[in-house]
Design a protein around this ligand. Sequence first.
Ligand code: PEP
Ligand code: MN
Length: 273
Amino acid sequence: MADCRRVLRESGGEISFRVGRVVFGSEKPVIIAGPCSVESREMIVEAALAIKRILVERLGFENVVLRGGVWKPRTSPYSFQGHGVKALEWLREAGDKAGLPVATEVMDPRYVGVAAEYADILWVGARNMQNTPLLHELARAGKPVLLKRHFGATIGEWLCSAEYLLAGGLEEVALVERGTRGLNEYARFSLDITVVPIVKRLSRLPVLVDVSHPAGRRDIVPDLAAAALAAGADGLMVEVHPDPDKALSDSKQQLTIGMFEEMTGRLRRLGFI
Ligand code: PEP
Ligand code: MN
């Protein structure tokens, strides 16, 4: 493995960090839920209030973050690319209304500053895992960062990308597995669950699992969520949309509010949340 000394276990204790009431890397997993894209003020407020009602009010579970993309890394240039800065305002407003911290993806180093003004947590999407100018800028911004694994990256490459953040002085970093290219043509990616116990042994960082993007289909998302937490993940990222069939991105994989409620009920019964 290339030199990623600060990320490795040998170099120090386990990293955990707090964002408001939410703690990454504690006994309790973090649930990062919300739509793929922030499509309008109304939809993100509706999603935020539903997530709060289901987890915070009904289950008394407070380790919850609202997610929503505003700059979307789409395969086709003709697909919806996100609403940009105005959607950041909607995301912030929704988070404040629901009392939840908010997370969004940044792709362009030039937008780190504005994203950091509005969001509590920034994430690096799979496609940008090795965008080193972006990693440098994020380390400078000082907001907590979630680093997704590229779908073709080894564990060593992933950890070394995290090293850029730690080497730049940022310790509030968590890793997110989101599936790699595989042979299973019935799912969008292959969820590499093996990295959860392995990277937890190797590194100091919390390891979360995005259960929506590997699935590509909403029916199997709850099963992947149970599997990820059973494997010891420090949290989940999951896409939830008030009306997924009409979503402007990733419509097949986003959970309905009802499915999200069912899934979290099951995770509670299993003793995971
Ligand atoms: C997302 O979380 O919306 C996303 C685009 O994920 P990934 O970067 O893992 O594909
Ligand atoms: Mn998505």
